[in-house]
Design a protein around this ligand. Structure first.
Ligand code: FE2
Length: 228
């Protein structure tokens, strides 16, 4: 079976009740997780693709100002770079079953992003101090496949809050992700970050962006500094 076949099968295996629960989480606290979304074969296939793309990763250390000022210290690979190595991520991103799943979870008419750099990306935290600083995204939703997760107590935790003030008060939802988890995030409404790595470790996610008809042609404020 190919990566796409595995992907389709795993999406279809998410039951009605789990979908309802994840949808309610996404719409109330901003984030919902399909735990153990990947079976061993799918995680293996995803890691094989990551291995192809990894040599293209560019290390970034930038400060971005948009609503708040925050840092991104991490490696990235853009959709353009991914497409140069494999068409499988494009096929996975555009799969009807997947887009319908995202529409069901978010309760909206979902559109794919018309951005050849940022519609799907790999984000890679590896060194002590690496972080994906606090921000909201220009696109409405993201769906992230966790390919490698940092070891326990190494930081690199996804944190999501209802607004920036909640972050000041530590009222955040912290997601300790495991390899193979699928994370759906209401990424334009809920400020979020990945906390700094406390030691060298590996956090690799394939992040896929979804948005609405009205914003599908918008280009994000961070695409040039993170993905070009
Ligand atoms: Fe984000």
């Amino acid at each position: 079976m190919s990566l796409i076949d595995h992907w389709e099968k795993q999406i279809e295996s998410i039951g009605v009740n789990e979908r309802k629960y994840i949808s309610s989480q996404v719409n109330t606290i901003g984030v919902g997780v399909v735990r153990d979304f990947c079976n061993d074969a799918l995680l293996y296939e995803a890691r094989q693709i990551w291995r192809k793309v990894e040599p293209l990763v560019v290390r970034r250390d930038v400060t971005i100002k948009h609503e708040v000022t925050s840092k991104r210290i991490m490696g990235t690979a853009s959709a353009l770079q991914i497409d140069n190595m494999t068409r499988e991520i494009f096929e996975l991103y555009t799969l009807d079953v997947f887009v319908q799943f995202m529409a069901e979870i978010t309760g909206t008419d979902i559109c794919l992003l018309n951005d050849n750099l940022e519609r799907y990306v790999f984000n890679f935290l590896s060194h002590k101090g690496d972080m994906h600083g606090l921000h909201v995204d220009s696109f409405s939703y993201s769906c992230s496949l966790v390919i490698y997760a940092p070891s326990t107590n190494s930081g690199g935790v996804l944190q999501v809050a209802k607004n920036y003030t909640c972050f000041d008060k530590d009222k955040v939802a912290s997601i300790i992700a495991e390899p193979g988890d699928l994370i759906v995030l209401s990424s334009s409404k809920f400020p979020h970050r990945v906390s700094p790595l406390k030691q060298n470790s590996q956090r690799v996610v394939l992040n896929m962006a979804f948005t609405t008809e009205a914003t599908k042609n918008h280009l994000s404020y961070s695409r040039e500094s993170l993905y070009s």
